[in-house]
Every structure is written in structure tokens, then in C-alpha cells.
Design a protein around this ligand. Structure first.
Ligand SMILES: *[C@@H]1O[C@H](CO)[C@@H](O)[C@H](O)[C@H]1NC(C)=O
Ligand SMILES: *[C@@H]1O[C@H](CO)[C@@H](O)[C@H](O)[C@H]1NC(C)=O
Ligand SMILES: *[C@@H]1O[C@H](CO)[C@@H](O)[C@H](O)[C@H]1NC(C)=O
Ligand SMILES: *[C@@H]1O[C@H](CO)[C@@H](O)[C@H](O)[C@H]1NC(C)=O
Length: 229
């Protein structure tokens, strides 16, 4: 090899390195792509940010385990907007919310949280509650569990006579999955902030071997696709 070829070869090697490590840290579980800031617990620690580890059940279902609220199926990870959609493995997300979704020690927050009050009504009463969301997975033959936005309770004062109040809990306002099972709840995270990088089609990753600073490799570094923020 000439000196020039050697230099080219070295440059080639170094240019491969970042993308190679990006490739190692990119895996699929079912149809969910898992990449930074998430990693599967079976991957190297530095593939993901602390507390963003997921597991992959039966090589098909991505699972997030919350320290105080148990396991949720991951429906979708939106890397561009830093949201994660979760669902109850038993398809009754309202039940999980009623038990109290405790996000302590997690990097996540509810997206657009709103207070809802849950009621247990006689079946007859529930048909009159137009604004109420009917929770089929908690209801039975002779009773209906419904939920109302806490700030709308005044207009439904009749509830108190035919319904028993169960609890008032915070739920994500984005929660459209009251009766259809698909959507579940949506959480968001602020740290690490990969928004700029993701919007520039770059690869968000740790800046160095140690520490929690994140940087961006590749993508539109001049910010062609950046948000106006
Ligand atoms: C995530 O990582 C932590 C620390 O390494 C570990 O205690 C926890 O069990 C892991 N969670 C899952 C779902 O593997
Ligand atoms: C979450 O659960 C832990 C452990 O039970 C408790 O210490 C903490 O206060 C709870 N956080 C909230 C917000 O309820
Ligand atoms: C609602 O009431 C019925 C009958 O009174 C009871 O069996 C059921 O467990 C209650 N459900 C909830 C979620 O409180
Ligand atoms: C529902 O109510 C009817 C009439 O009161 C009663 O016959 C039936 O056993 C009840 N069903 C359940 C599951 O409690």
C-alpha cells in the first residue's frame, strides 16, 4: 500500500466506526425498532440511556417495566417526538390507571395529563351519562364503570345518586383507548433530548465512552429539518 492508500484506509475505518456502533445498538423486537435512548436489556449498557431498558418477550412483544406499576406492552415508540405508547398486556389500561400509575424513578411523564373520576353505576344509570366514557373491561352484567373528566362533574350531579365514586386519577388526555384496545396510554420523556438530532435525521448517541452527554452523528447538521424552537 502506498502512504496515500494507507491514509485512505484509516479514514475509511474511522468513518465506519460510529455507524458500526449504531448498527450494533439497533435491534428489532417484533415490528418495533429499539434504538437509542432505548435498548433491550440483553444489549450492552451503553446502547441506551439509563432506565430506558426494555425487554423482548417471545421475540415479538416489546415490554417496558415500570418500577412501581409493573409491566406494559410497548405499542409504539415515536423517536421523533419522544413519546412512547403503552398498553396493558391484559387489554384493560383503565384498570392499571385506577391502581395508580406511579412514574417515580422513571424518566417518563404522562402526556397531557387530565383528571378523570371513575364511577361504578347501576346498569340503568349509565345509559343516561352521555359525556361519560364507558369502560367495558371493568363493567359487568348489572353494573357499569364509567369515567368523566373531573372538571365536568358539576354538570352531572345526578351521578352521585345512582353511582358510587371509585377514584379520581390522572390519565393522559391523549388517551383515546377507552374502549378500543389499540392505543393505551402515551408517555413522554425530556431527558435525553434527541429532538434536534432526530429531526435532522441524525443518530442520537452518547458523546463519549463515559458520562451521560448525548450528541448527534450524521444527519442534516445544518438543521434543514429542525423545528422552529
Ligand atoms: C433495566 O436495567 C436495570 C439496571 O441495569 C435492571 O435492574 C432492570 O431489571 C432492567 N429492566 C429490565 C426490564 O430488564
Ligand atoms: C410511588 O411508589 C413509591 C413506592 O411505593 C412511593 O414511595 C412513592 O411515593 C410513589 N409515588 C407517587 C407519586 O405516588
Ligand atoms: C362495581 O360494583 C359491582 C357490584 O356492586 C362490584 O361487583 C364491582 O366489583 C364494582 N367494580 C368496581 C371497579 O368497583
Ligand atoms: C343481574 O340482575 C338480575 C336481576 O336483578 C339478576 O337476576 C342476575 O342474577 C344479576 N346478574 C349478576 C351477574 O349479578
Amino acid at each position: 500500500m502506498t502512504l496515500f492508500q494507507t491514509i485512505l484506509f484509516i479514514v475509511f475505518l474511522f468513518s465506519l466506526q460510529p455507524s458500526a456502533s449504531v448498527e450494533i445498538c439497533r435491534v428489532s423486537c417484533g415490528n418495533q425498532l429499539v434504538r437509542f435512548p432505548f435498548r433491550l436489556s440483553s444489549q450492552p449498557d451503553r446502547c441506551g440511556y439509563p432506565r430506558f431498558n426494555l425487554s423482548c418477550k417471545d421475540q415479538a412483544q416489546t415490554v417496558l417495566s415500570l418500577p412501581f406499576s409493573g409491566e406494559f406492552n410497548v405499542v409504539h415508540i415515536d423517536y421523533l417526538f419522544q413519546n412512547i405508547w403503552l398498553n396493558d398486556p391484559d387489554h384493560c389500561t383503565p384498570k392499571r390507571l385506577l391502581h395508580g400509575l406511579n412514574l417515580s424513578s422513571t424518566p417518563f411523564d404522562l402526556l397531557y395529563p387530565r383528571s378523570f373520576t371513575f364511577f361504578n353505576c347501576s346498569a340503568a344509570a349509565s345509559t343516561q351519562l352521555h359525556q361519560a366514557k364507558y369502560i367495558s373491561c371493568l363493567s359487568g352484567t348489572n353494573f357499569s364503570v364509567v369515567a368523566l373528566p373531573a372538571d365536568r362533574l358539576d354538570s352531572s350531579a345526578s351521578l352521585s345518586t345512582s353511582c358510587l365514586e371509585i377514584a379520581t386519577v390522572l390519565v393522559p388526555f391523549s388517551w383515546t383507548g377507552w374502549s378500543n384496545l389499540g392505543n393505551g396510554i402515551m408517555l413522554t420523556w425530556n431527558e435525553p433530548n434527541c429532538l434536534r438530532c432526530e429531526n435532522g435525521a441524525g443518530n442520537c448517541m452518547f458523546k463519549s465512552e463515559t458520562g451521560l452527554d448525548v450528541g448527534c452523528s450524521g444527519g442534516f447538521t445544518n438543521g434543514m429539518f429542525l423545528f422552529c424552537s
